[in-house]
Design a protein around this ligand. Structure first.
Ligand code: APR
Ligand code: PHB
Length: 420
């Protein structure tokens, strides 16, 4: 049994949110808009969080959610709407015209770091409480009617009483680990390569993103603005960032871009360079009593297809709606459906990201013999042929890239759950 020490400060809120990444901040903002008060507890500093570089392609559902949260002003000014993107297959460029293929859907190119900055500012301006640089966060009694969270900040211990706890603390956070192991079913695939990313203040090599499949490995030409580029190279997991000078990065990128694109590449010093492993991961269920897992705390997708943030935002959307129903008395037990509703969408995005990753990367599988390798190469060549040269195939990519498949699906699912 937990006993409160004399020194301990008592706090109270409706929703305790652990983690001030995009999931925690967006949830906090949407709940505040609905009059549901919340406190965020975050391990890192705000400055540290804004130093993390992540993907920057927002589906329309997320764009609408940011508008609903009242944090879309800067995005509308500085973000760029993309009507399509390219896939280059062994040097041949194919355009996926997402707008034409999806009856008008587009994506917004706006960095996750900027989304986070906008959310942080919005939270500050409404005066909502965030405990940054907190340590020893522990979740207690999520299966009782009075759960609480304890933590320490500046040497002071706190006890936060709440109705519900939202675990928005990413893959390495405490929330998922607070669900007993025997209640969790975890699914995982770790890919045998990573992405080396480089950010530079140079104009992007093209107006739209180019995903490149080459014999030397995958590459991606992306951007943050008309003056800032983001590029990626598939690298072996054994590579270290220190192995890659800027010159080596640019030289390899040039070899992987289609020739006419490589000629246009403007290089410059990196302002950030890092290697990220690729992982598919899902934890089922995404809740335990009054504790909910949201975003990276519950699932990870490989970055091919840029689903990470969009998926996190759809968890947030679902949870905020269910909490609203619970608090406004419409359906007191609505939150019990969270995991079931969220997981439908999660598996769609997981499958799409896994499939895009398989199709576009080069694999060295030591377990396969020469003939099996050749056979797999033929399968992949045919897969790419169908998806890049036929309208039906391109449509399959486009509707998933913009998120319409999962939105339509989710809407049907949400209607069933009386969420819309
Ligand atoms: N206590 C408090 N905060 C914690 C703890 C802890 N024990 N552990 C982690 N955190 C904080 C981290 O410091 C981080 O700021 O939780 C936050 C989690 O943020 P993210 O990892 O960005 O996760 P999420 O908000 O779900 O964002 C999802 O980020 O990683 C990408 O692809 C992903 O784009 C997606 C988005
Ligand atoms: C990025 O710009 O960082 C980015 C874009 C698209 C992806 C992955 C990453 O699929």
């Amino acid at each position: 049994m937990f006993s409160t020490s004399i020194k301990m400060q008592s706090l109270k809120t409706k929703i305790a949110i652990i983690g001030a990444g995009p999931s925690g901040l967006l949830l906090g903002q949407l709940l505040a808009k609905k009059g549901i008060d919340n406190i965020i507890i975050e391990r890192a500093s705000g400055e540290y969080i804004l130093g993390r570089i992540r993907a920057g392609i927002l589906e329309q559902g997320l764009v609408s959610l940011l508008a609903e949260a009242g944090v879309d002003e800067r995005m509308k000014k500085e973000g760029h709407i993309h009507d399509g993107f390219e896939i280059a297959h062994y040097g041949k460029r194919h355009r996926i015209d997402i707008k034409a293929l999806t009856n008008g859907s587009t994506v917004m190119c706006y960095g996750q770091t900027e989304v986070t900055r906008d959310l942080m500012q919005a939270r500050q301006s409404i005066g909502a409480t965030t405990y940054y640089e907190s340590s020893d966060v522990v979740i207690h009694e999520q299966n009782s009617n009075s759960p609480f969270v304890t933590f320490t900040k500046n040497g002071i211990e706190y006890k936060l009483d709440c109705d519900y706890i939202a675990g928005c603390d990413g893959f390495h956070g405490v929330s998922r680990q607070s669900i007993p192991k025997e209640k969790r079913n975890e699914f995982e695939r770790i890919y045998p390569f990573g992405w080396l990313g480089l950010l530079s203040d140079t104009p992007p090599v093209a107006d739209e993103l180019i995903y490149c499949k080459t014999k030397r490995g995958f590459a991606l030409a992306s951007m943050r603005s008309s003056t800032r580029s983001r590029y990626y190279l598939q690298v072996p997991l054994t590579d270290k960032v220190e192995d890659w000078s800027d010159d080596a990065f640019w030289a390899e990128l040039k070899k992987r871009l289609p020739e006419d694109v490589a000629e246009m590449l403007i290089t410059g010093p990196s302002i950030e360079k890092s290697i990220a492993p690729l992982r598919s991961f899902v934890c089922e269920p995404m809740q335990d009593g009054r504790l909910f897992l949201v975003g990276d705390a519950a699932h990870i997708v490989p970055p091919t297809g840029a689903k990470g943030l969009n998926l996190a935002a759809s968890d947030v959307s679902t949870l905020s709606k269910l909490l609203d129903k619970t608090y406004n008395g419409e359906e007191p037990d609505a939150v019990a459906k969270y995991s079931e509703i969220a997981l439908k969408r999660v598996w769609h995005a997981e499958r799409f990201s896994w499939w895009m990753s398989n199709m576009l990367h080069e694999y060295d599988d030591d377990n396969m013999n020469e003939n099996e390798t050749k056979t797999l190469e033929r399968f992949m060549a045919s897969e790419l042929d169908f998806h890049l040269n036929y309208e039906e195939g391109k449509k399959v990519i486009a509707i998933q890239y913009v998120g319409t498949v999962s939105y339509t699906h989710l809407r049907a699912h949400e209607t069933k759950a009386n969420l819309v």
